[in-house]
Design a protein around this ligand. Structure first.
Ligand code: ATP
Length: 539
């Protein structure tokens, strides 16, 4: 599929526009048009319904260890700044970073160390991420290699001082990056601030500084106790939230795939640590199935388990659901959703403060004075399980999806071209969106064949009856072929036409988008027929 064709259809038919387009647009921001807003709402509503409101709390879902409850939240976009300090986003998103042009790796400026060495008339700073004895040995090895010396020539290296921070070096021309083979590959440090900063209240100084959330998940963690105290939910249960998130992405690109303002659909599922590996597997498979059920079938969709070295420092398992977007090179996939086993990292961070890994343990990160670098809330977020009579900090499984990426994948998958006979039986090129009926912006269109003989009145009655239940569209302009073509491009699964026979036998034609099959039903049975058809499609 040619991505340019989809982009042009999205603009032409009102799915997506560039934000502030009349002023030249704003990079990384997109507006959903009249059809796009319906499509994206259907994606989000399908997610909410399938995950939350229609979830059967009494049954054991296939693959789940036991029944579980689901509930939802809608938190604010701006939260207490300490939330982002304890979650780790503030440090990660706020530090100065240096990039290596050679190895393509990115480092936190203050985490790179190194030492100066002189040999063969050159003075070079050998950088490393390793400290202590190991750091000394590593820099020595790399210095030998750089100066083309053998191990026995180690005394030809004249070291100047111990390991020091890269922050003490002002010019990187003579710096050998931690993973580089040549000097001068590190960029000057840049503030890598992915969180949008704003100011709350009249104060414009640092006291009023706050951030637009870069994910919806933290709102759930900080409300964990509120939900436990105000409802009767018992572990295992999940809290879902969807809403806007903001990231000041360095390189927004690929249509809406990487935007600076986007919507997420996240679940934090709280469970007993003992059963968390089973729950992780359940959610990974359940979420993969969700995309399959809504039409992302085939080899463009895949579930990929992360390798050990890809896992973040707190995660015991992570998988991505990925889609082979047409704008990616062949064989490459883009992330639609990540499912992560996060252990007790998040709840503990909000209790104790920002955590870092120390050996196998997670411990509060300390500052130079030995005090917590970012203090937690001090609130007890543990859970007392009255069935097993134990108290523990629940483990969390997090399926974290993007509504915009899912919408884009559904659009890419739906885009189809074929040839159909026109009214005179001649082959005509057709573009249609094979969207799942649950996602289609318009469920049915109603046409009078011609604008006379009482046909418009009959068609309008059918339209009004259907409109009580579904988003339907009435159209009496231009030829019937053009009207069908417009609905095909919109992804409307069914068209209903009132014609000459309707006037005599009271039946109308129903046409199905994908197969072009046509059949007649009684005009007063249209609502039931469409309901049955849509239901059949969702089964
Ligand atoms: P990526 O590696 O592509 O930046 P990520 O791993 O940082 O994504 P997460 O933090 O796991 O993404 O966010 C969860 C989901 O939110 C992603 O799977 C994606 O669907 C969505 N998402 C994240 N960043 C963006 C963005 N800039 N634009 C659109 N959707 C996004």
């Amino acid at each position: 599929m040619d991505m340019d064709k989809l982009v042009s259809l999205c603009k032409r038919r009102g799915f997506l526009f560039q934000s502030s387009e009349i002023y030249g647009g704003l990079n990384g921001f997109w507006d959903y048009g009249p059809l796009g807003v319906e499509l994206k709402r259907n994606v989000k509503e399908s997610w909410w319904r399938d995950m939350v409101t229609a979830h059967d709390e009494l049954a054991t879902m296939p693959g789940a260890p036991e029944p579980y409850e689901m509930t939802g939240l809608d938190c604010t976009i701006i939260m207490h700044p300490q939330v982002w300090k304890c979650s780790g986003h503030y440090d990660l998103f706020h530090d100065f970073m240096v990039d290596c042009r050679e190895s393509k790796k990115r480092y936190r400026h203050d985490q790179v160390r190194g030492r100066w060495v002189e040999a063969k008339g050159r003075r070079v700073f050998i950088a490393t991420q390793v400290g202590g004895e190991e750091g000394l040995a590593e820099t020595e090895q790399r210095a030998l290699k750089l100066f083309n010396l053998r191990g026995k020539d180690v005394d030809k290296l004249a070291w100047q001082g111990d390991l020091v921070s890269l922050t003490t070096v002002s010019d990187f021309t003579d710096v050998l990056g931690p993973d580089a083979k040549e000097t001068g590959s590190l960029t000057p440090p840049r503030e890598f601030n992915l969180m949008f900063k704003t100011y709350v209240g009249a104060l414009s100084g640092e006291e009023g500084a706050a951030f637009l959330r870069p994910e919806t998940a933290q709102g759930i963690f900080v409300n964990f106790k509120n939900v436990c105290d105000s409802t009767r939910v018992k572990i295992p249960f999940g809290i879902a939230q969807m809403g806007k998130s903001f990231r000041n992405e360095i390189t927004p690109r690929n249509f809406t795939f990487r935007s600076r303002e986007f919507e997420q659909m996240e679940i934090e599922f709280f469970c007993n640590p003992k059963s968390s590996p089973e729950w992780y597997k359940y959610w990974r498979d359940r979420r993969y199935r969700w995309y399959l059920e809504l039409g992302l079938a085939g080899d463009r969709l895949r579930l990929r388990d992360h390798d050990q070295d890809e896992l973040s420092h707190y995660s015991c398992g992570t998988a991505d659901i990925e889609y082979a977007f047409p704008f990616l090179p062949p064989g490459e996939f883009g992330e639609l959703e990540g499912i992560a086993h996060r252990g007790d990292f998040d709840l503990r961070s909000h209790m104790e403060g920002k955590l870092v890994r120390q050996g196998n343990d997670l411990v509060p990160e300390l500052d130079a004075d030995g005090k917590p670098r970012h203090r937690g809330s001090g609130k007890d977020l543990s859970y007392f399980d009255d069935m097993t009579r134990e108290r523990y900090i629940p483990h969390v499984i997090e399926p974290s999806a993007g509504a915009d990426r899912a919408t884009l994948a559904f659009l890419c998958e739906a885009y189809q071209e074929d040839q159909v006979p026109d009214e005179k039986g001649q082959p005509r090129e057709r573009v249609f969106l094979r969207l799942h009926p649950r996602l289609a912006p318009i469920k049915a269109a109603v046409f009078p064949l011609v604008k006379r003989d009482g046909m418009p009145e009959l068609a309008q009655k059918i339209y009004r009856d259907l409109k009580q239940h579904y988003n339907v569209f009435y159209d009496e302009k231009s030829s019937i072929g053009k009207r069908y073509a417009r609905q095909d491009e919109t992804g409307t699964p069914f068209c209903i036409t009132v014609d000459g026979d309707t006037l005599t036998d009271g039946t109308v034609t129903i046409r199905e988008r994908d197969t072009l099959k046509q059949w007649r039903v009684s005009a007063d049975r249209c609502v039931e027929e469409i309901r049955t058809l849509l239901r059949g499609a969702t089964a």
